[in-house]
Ligand binder design. Sequence first.
Ligand SMILES: CC(C)(COP(=O)(O)OP(=O)(O)OC[C@H]1O[C@@H](n2cnc3c(N)ncnc32)[C@H](O)[C@@H]1OP(=O)(O)O)[C@@H](O)C(=O)NCCC(=O)NCCS
Length: 151
Amino acid sequence: MADDVPKPRVRPAVAADLDILCRIEASAALSPWDRSRFEDSLARHRMLVLLANGDPCGFAVFRQVLDEAEVLNIAVAPVHCRKGFGRCLLRAGLDLLAGEVRCLHLEVRAGNEPAMALYRSEGFQRVGLRRSYYPAPGGREDAVLMRLDLP
Ligand SMILES: CC(C)(COP(=O)(O)OP(=O)(O)OC[C@H]1O[C@@H](n2cnc3c(N)ncnc32)[C@H](O)[C@@H]1OP(=O)(O)O)[C@@H](O)C(=O)NCCC(=O)NCCS
């Protein structure tokens, strides 16, 4: 992480974060989650918030089922992208789940090169494809399935 980037802090999300997390999601995602999905995730899953200079700049949501987990969502506000925050959130999730799960799954739009580059660089491998899975402007888009085996 560059020297001029504020050192991020990651903590579990709380209800008071949801307004800003919805705004980050709306600014970052092609098909943004609505507020009810955030409320549901807060109640049922593990949601992390990344703060830089005290301000929420991104979040990640992980769902654990027995000894497997899934990255349900991860986003960084566009003005804060390419500062290492996405990687920081992903690693914080891995730390949280370490010792509890043996693998982490996710699905990502086939055209989402920034996200796939992040996942590949953290060791995720492509394990499948769901054709025409996502709605996309002017048609549908494939989903790439990825998996990371944990020690
Ligand atoms: C995917 C996302 C979370 C990455 O967050 P980020 O904070 O920009 O990522 P980082 O700065 O930690 O980058 C980590 C690595 O990801 C890759 N990467 C990130 N953005 C990239 C881009 N625009 N182009 C190519 N590679 C990119 C690089 O390998 C990068 O490492 P490097 O900077 O050392 O080269 C962010 O782009 C985002 O919020 N996208 C919109 C929401 C989304 O698509 N979420 C994923 C749903 S599956």
